[in-house]
Write a protein that binds this ligand. Structure first.
Ligand code: NDP
Length: 297
């Protein structure tokens, strides 16, 4: 009973922390990732339970990709979504080599089949390959027309790619850019994040608790980070998530497979960092002062 009341509170708080997409749809600032899920049958039950608990706690955006586990993550997610599909904002990603006129429709249909659903809420180009952005944008629009996806976006595109996309027919219909972002990897703050803000395009932050990217080891042993976590009576992972979503226009998609981690992540939106605390973090993990390569994993 106590746990149920607690769950309601956590969910209510996540409902308060939403990010608005360009079409006005709102999604929770903290969602869930699925990379490395669906790869070990012995873990499937636990992974499904984690994702479902996360949804219950208000982390209703779930990110996956045709690449993860060669379709295994989508298959697992298809199981996890049974009975709760309509509560979830479902995101998947297409391989760059499939993001063309010839292959994208089939790739999307295959993802839908694995996910046991007939539409995606968001479909992303996983990273830029050899297919012209114009062609990808065109085929994404076709998928929207066919009702297979509600909207589309991109991932791992830097500022120059975004500028190019914006010049293409339909390019401005891009809804989100999913990139690596955490306190130890702030390169996007120099130009990509400002560009996206100027164009009202939310960033979806992957590796928000620093599974990959720059300075990840330094983060976990940093005295300021540890002291602030103590002040807020939270873990370092929770502090990193709170930092990631601090501005209200960034969506973080941590991946977690234990009940403890899922609950911690869901509680992170309740942590409010003060201006002074953010300034302390800026002192140790400084914002970029020049153009940096886009961090990727
Ligand atoms: P994350 O930063 O989310 O880190 C995941 C790791 O953190 C796992 O080992 C997990 O362990 C652990 N963890 C989760 N919650 C906690 C917690 N509260 N305390 C301590 N440890 C915790 O990295 P990801 O690489 O998974 O990124 C998130 C998601 O972003 C991916 O799952 C994927 O959906 C997406 N992504 C997209 C990419 C792209 O190119 N577009 C690239 C990489 C990721 P455990 O599983 O044991 O709970």
């Amino acid at each position: 009973m106590t746990l149920n009341i607690h769950k309601d509170q956590i969910r209510a708080n996540n409902l308060k922390h939403q990010v608005q997409l360009p079409d006005g749809t709102t999604v929770p600032a903290i969602g869930q990732g699925t990379w490395f899920m669906g790869e070990n049958p012995a873990l499937a039950k636990q992974e499904i339970a984690s994702l479902r608990l996360g949804v219950e706690l208000g982390m209703t955006l779930i990110d996956t990709a045709e690449m993860y586990g060669s379709g295994g993550a989508e298959l697992l997610l298809g199981e996890a979504l049974q009975g709760i599909r309509e509560q979830v904002f479902l995101v998947s990603k297409v391989y760059p080599h499939n993001a063309d006129q010839k292959n994208a429709i089939k790739a999307c249909e295959t993802s839908l089949k694995r996910l046991k659903t007939d539409y995606l809420d968001l479909y992303l180009l996983h990273w830029r390959g050899n297919v012209p952005l114009e062609e990808t944008a065109y085929v994404m629009e076709q998928l929207v027309q066919q009702g297979k996806i509600k909207r589309w976006g991109v991932s791992n595109l830097d500022t120059d790619d975004m500028q190019e996309l914006w010049q293409e027919p339909y390019g401005k219909n891009c809804t989100v850019n999913q990139v690596l972002y955490h306190l130890g990897s702030r390169g996007i703050e120099y130009d990509l994040l400002p560009w996206c803000r100027e164009h009202h395009l939310p960033i979806m932050a992957y590796c928000p608790i620093a599974q990959g990217g720059s300075l990840r080891r330094e983060l976990m042993i940093n005295k300021t980070v540890m002291a602030l976590a103590k002040t807020h009576d939270c873990t370092i992972a929770q502090l990193l998530l709170a930092w990631c979503i601090r501005s209200g226009d960034v969506i973080a998609i941590p991946k977690a497979t234990t009940t403890k981690h899922v609950i911690e992540n869901a509680q992170s939106s309740a942590i409010e960092l003060t201006m002074d605390e953010l300034a302390q973090l800026d002192q140790v993990f400084t914002p970029p002062t020049h153009k940096m390569h886009l961090d990727i994993v």
